[in-house]
Design a protein around this ligand. Structure first.
Ligand code: C5P
Length: 231
């Protein structure tokens, strides 16, 4: 796979102008963007259509956790926009993950990814919400459930990738946020890792946000991430 297809840049911007500026700065080299709840709410679905019209792939990070009927409706709306990936919370259980997968069938390019445990959560955070065991155990439990529901892949932190690959085999996509370049501040990532380590451990894609978008020269930062993957 071309490394450009493995790097998803998170456009965590609060307005369309800021997001368009980054897309312009990254130019042809960046092919895949993540649009999350902040930008979707601020800029609207037209911005997603704009990216798709430019030939970009879009990961729409909706983090769905709703009744199955509403999840299915949101997935259909995302599919109509032409996005490639949508996220659903694994903690919502089999019903909503299955609803998402069923709804995605009408859109051949659309992949449903299950979110296991957000990378900022620690074992203590899980205990606080009544989940016993470690984050790693919870990730594996939800990953197996996602596979049962027919999800195409998972979101998982760099530290969880190797265990997931060996448990689930080569098929599922594993998309890994929480990556920073060596020397970056780990921000609020509780379990950070480098892009290279994530791919080496078995991630199919990495999500990189501020390391690129807040860099003085985003295109240069993107090239650094890409060079790191090729070494
Ligand atoms: O930290 P960074 O700016 O690289 O974040 C990019 C994306 O990774 C965010 O949009 C967020 O969804 C995801 N992320 C995450 N867990 C974190 C930090 C970021 O899943 N702790």
């Amino acid at each position: 796979m071309d490394t450009r297809d493995q790097i998803i840049v998170a456009l965590d911007c609060d307005d369309r102008a800021g997001a368009e500026r980054i897309v312009g700065q990254l130019g042809e080299e960046c092919r895949f963007y993540k649009v999350g709840l902040e930008l979707l709410t601020a800029a609207g679905p037209d911005f997603v259509t704009f990216l798709v019209a430019q030939g970009k792939e879009v990961f729409l990070d909706l983090k769905l956790f709703e009744i199955p009927n509403s999840v299915a409706g949101a997935v259909r709306a995302a599919g109509t926009l032409g996005v490639s990936m949508v996220t659903v919370h694994g903690m919502g259980g089999l019903g909503i993950m299955t609803a998402a997968v069923e709804a995605a069938r009408a859109f051949p390019g659309l992949r449903i990814l299950a979110l296991t445990v957000v990378t900022s959560m620690t074992d203590e955070d899980l205990t606080d919400i009544g989940i016993g065991g470690s984050a790693a155990e919870q990730v594996l439990r939800l990953a197996r459930l996602a596979g049962k529901a027919g999800c195409h892949g998972l979101i998982a932190s760099p530290q969880d990738v190797a265990a997931l690959r060996s448990a689930l085999g080569a098929d599922p996509l594993i998309v890994t946020p929480g990556v920073t370049l060596p020397g970056d501040s780990p921000a609020e990532h509780a379990r950070p890792g480098t892009p290279r380590a994530a791919i080496a451990a078995g991630a199919s894609h990495i999500v990189v946000g501020r390391t690129v978008t807040r860099a003085p020269d985003p295109a240069a930062a993107f090239r650094l991430v890409r060079a790191g993957l090729s070494r």
